[in-house]
Design a binder for this molecule. Sequence first.
Ligand code: FEO
Length: 407
Amino acid sequence: MKAVKITDGIYCLPVNLMSYQLFEGMWPMPNGISINSYVIKGEKTALIDLVEDTGNIPAEFMEELDSLALKPEDIDLVVINHMEPDHTSWLIDFHKRNPNVQFYVNKKTVPLLKSFFGITENVNIVNDGDRLDLGGGKVLRFFETPNIHWPETMMTYEESSGVLISCDAFGSYGTLDGVYFDDQLSTGQHKFFSDEALRYYANIVSSFSTFVSKGITKLADLDVKVIAPSHGIIWRENPQAIIDSYTRFASYMNGPAEPEVTVIWSSMYGNTEQLVNTVVQGVRKEGLPVHVHRVPETHVGEILASAWRSSGLILGMPTYEYEMFPPMAWVLDMFRRKKVWNKKVLRFGSAGWSGGAQKELTALTEKLKWEFIEPIEWMGAPTQVELDLAMERSQELARMVKAYAGK
Ligand code: FEO
């Protein structure tokens, strides 16, 4: 691939990680992900973030540099917005080729540069709001935006163009292949990147939602003409669209989220499964969209996105050896870690030998600010009584969600 021109002297160098890899060693990415580095050419040439040292990625990145008639040794300075290795692990090789390059980082990055790469020389510390004149009309300004995604994260703004290189914020899953900007997207592609932005947000950023809201507020007065994130599409026609999406995603943590219900269910021998269709019908009768995921068949990364945007959750979970069914316990523990808060919740499930799942669920979700309605539990196989309760309580839950989320 060639570098992609954003405006005079500012280029994106995207490389694609493909779908067979797990992002962060954990998250499936069936549509891959792009890693976007940026070059800004003034009298000095700056590289903003690098790439992951995996597979053919460094070679592809070098090709893109070459398309700008640049080699690693032509880079005068490297700005590191974020130390996570998807943006830095190729730094070892790069530094061997260009040992005199100057680094511009904030103070939290300094110990990380040393511990990850042993780099302590030519490290220049920038503070929040500092400016760096590259000459030739290009001036960088740095904004600390901690915890979007790591503690040291910052954004780099180029003043003459209004391009905000926003690091992980405003990013999405999905590779870039011939289409790089929001104004090049078809309606279908627009929906694709919107969905992939939500899934990326739920997987990577959700637990830092308070910091996302703070970061967006902090930059509200900046004249941003282009949002250029570290992952996914570049927003130049309507940068406010992705800012609004991230504002909305962050707001879901404290609720309400969308007036929708996500059903997450698991079943050992089909007894808990017998209520699934009924609860789905109950929600639909109340006119709400419902998303259904079976565990463990569906990966928690996909379920997280669905749960994050839904104001209501219905959990179909049997008791297993006096406790929660283990694959559901994994999902619910991830909800705790990722701050899936402020939901309206119904749980149903077979009680196994003598129950226990409900007790563990109550304890696990104690701090999640979930409002439960009375669960449906039974010994052995469900009867018509439980099926009737499933209809009744799923409708009750849907009405609660409507009252809460405003539909
Ligand atoms: Fe794209 Fe948090 O690294």
